[in-house]
Design a protein around this ligand. Structure first.
Ligand code: AHR
Length: 550
């Protein structure tokens, strides 16, 4: 606590020196500190901006393996797949007659890659697309499905060849939980109710169950999550929170799964819209099982037209990206505190079902397709967010990165028959042991990373005990210049060895291209020692490291 107070004093001092233009950056750094209970300021707090080649002070941490926390739900590693650009068409679905190798129309390379990271859940069909989607357009013979214009994303034709049956076919192949977002913005509640009936009614029981059978699927599907609209404050209908909450009650009332639990997720706030959370919980809290939170990291967040480039960016934008990412901690903490007032038992989950980086689109691409390259910076952003979600496992029980393939912070990029795994993909691969594992408290005292007006703790961590009993520690060093010596005291754990895998690179924007797909891939890490109940190692600059303790 002393270190934290002193750091705050330091910020006060720097704020008064730096003038209004820099205040926001300082506020962000301070917020990251204040709302990062597991990330306290440390030995380096009083050090002014450091030269790039100076040795970093040691990061100290305590891992409490004897104080298990809540389970990190596997659906926290969920994905979002919207009808947007090549997120579905070309990226996942190529159709049965494609020359691209496919399994019933789904790209084999993409399926194999997604299965390898145990994708636990996929949210579909939007996003903004969901509140203009009419499910009947996407069932029945493909050639009879109507072609419409995707008014949200690029104004391109949507031929509806990927619909309800194709979505569940994908979920079957991935073995993933299902998350269907219903149209609240432009369709009546009966439409949602009928779609749910179509999907879940037992074989032969209703007219809609029989129609589903005629369309090729006699058995009902299971809906794990039903989204009650998307961003109802914006593209979902520009509603006031109170009106959206009333509608949420109404739609939730009539959407009835015929085969058991279907968790209802209300359209939630974006960023720091705490009034939205307050109204939703007050008016609809008893009728929902989850509240969505959307937060995108943009290097420049003045306006949405100028977000910053995905690659070829200056260090200043590396730093702002990191400090903006760490704001997730503050948002989750404050939204959770409001939810605690109405739901102290934490029955209603906070579902961070859109998160990730959002940059200016790849030059030359359709700006409505939200295509962007994915670099080492994205890998570090992913590691930071996944650590934050693990710290909040009591409330954050589901999340979805935006988006799975070809859109925003994607796992995979495709170009015709080619596919490449991004650095973010490899972070999800490293964090697989976190799925369904028990969180373990880890307190970190970290030096700062400074750049211009930004100052953030350099190292973030989370730890879990997996279902087989093995302990894993993730360490993310967001400092792009300095390796960090780390010393972790292991309480309640008899480990003697630690090894794992690391994602790092020489350039801040190191990335994988179709011609060089293995530039950023995990490498074995054997530089850790465990002696006398202490884990010691040096975490390279700009890296995500996962260690397995034995
Ligand atoms: O992920 C892209 C878009 O971002 C989604 O459609 C929308 O919900 C959000 O604004």
């Amino acid at each position: 606590m002393v270190a934290e107070r002193e750091s705050m004093d330091l910020f006060t001092q720097r704020t008064s020196q730096s003038g209004s233009g820099q205040t926001r950056g300082l506020k962000r750094a301070l917020a990251a500190l204040t709302f990062a209970p597991l990330m306290l300021a440390g030995a380096g707090f009083a050090t002014p901006a450091v030269a790039q080649d100076t040795a970093a002070p040691t990061v100290t941490a305590t891992l409490q393996a004897d104080k298990p926390g809540p389970v990190v739900h596997r659906d926290v590693f969920g994905q979002f797949a919207e009808h947007l650009g090549h997120g579905i068409y070309g990226g996942i679905w190529v159709g049965k007659n494609s020359r691209i190798p496919n399994d019933g129309g789904y790209r084999r390379d993409v399926l194999d890659a997604l299965k390898a990271i145990n994708v636990p859940m996929v949210r579909w069909p939007g996003g903004c697309f969901a509140d203009e989607y009419h499910w009947r357009d996407g069932i029945g013979a493909t050639k009879s499905r109507p072609t419409k214009v995707n008014t949200n994303w690029g104004g391109v034709n949507e031929d509806n060849s990927f619909g309800t049956h194709e979505y569940f076919g994908l979920m079957d192949r991935l073995g993933a939980s299902t998350y269907v977002s219903a149209n609240v913005g432009s369709a009546p509640p009966a439409e949602t109710a009928q779609w749910v009936e179509y999907m879940t009614a037992a074989k032969g029981t209703t007219v809609l169950a029989k129609e589903r059978e005629r369309n090729g699927h006699a058995a009902p599907w299971k809906i794990q999550y039903l989204g009650i609209g998307n961003e109802l404050w914006g593209c979902g209908g520009n509603m006031r929170a109170e009106y959206a909450a009333d509608l949420t009650n109404r739609y939730a009332q009539f959407a009835k799964s015929a085969n058991g639990t279907m968790l209802k997720i209300a359209s939630g706030p974006s960023d720091s819209n705490y009034e939205w959370t307050e109204a939703m919980m007050r008016i609809a809290g008893k009728n929902i099982d989850g509240l969505a939170l959307h937060y995108y990291t943009r290097p420049r967040d003045k306006d949405w037209k100028d977000k910053g480039a995905a690659i070829g960016f200056p260090e200043r934008e590396w730093a702002s990206t990191m400090s903006h990412t760490l704001e997730m901690e503050e948002f989750i903490t404050k939204h959770s505190a409001i939810m605690d007032k109405y739901d102290p038992a934490k029955r209603v989950m906070l579902a961070v079902d859109e998160w990730g980086t959002w940059y200016d689109p790849t030059p030359g691409s359709n700006p409505g397709f939200l295509e962007q390259q994915n670099s080492l910076r994205d890998a570090v952003v992913a590691g930071l967010n996944l650590n934050i979600f693990a710290h909040h496992a009591d409330r954050v029980k589901m999340a979805a990165i935006a988006q799975m393939v070809n859109v925003l912070q994607a796992m995979l990029l495709t170009d015709g028959a080619r596919m490449v795994k991004t650095p973010t993909y490899w972070v999800f691969d490293l964090y697989k042991p976190w799925q369904g594992a028990t969180s373990l408290p880890i307190q970190v005292t970290s030096p700062w990373y400074h750049k211009d007006e930004v100052a953030v703790p350099a190292v973030s961590a989370s730890a879990v005990r997996d279902t087989a009993g093995q302990v894993h520690v993730a360490l993310v060093n967001l400092d792009p210049n300095r390796a960090m010596p780390v010393s972790v005291s292991l309480a309640g754990l008899q480990a003697t060895q630690a090894s794992g895998r690391i994602i790092t690179g020489t350039a801040m924007d190191a990335h994988n291209s179709f011609d060089a797909p293995d530039t950023v891939v995990p490498q074995p890490f054997t530089g850790a020692q465990v002696t006398g109940g202490n884990l010691t190692l040096t975490v390279p600059a700009k890296s995500v490291l996962v260690l397995d303790l034995r």
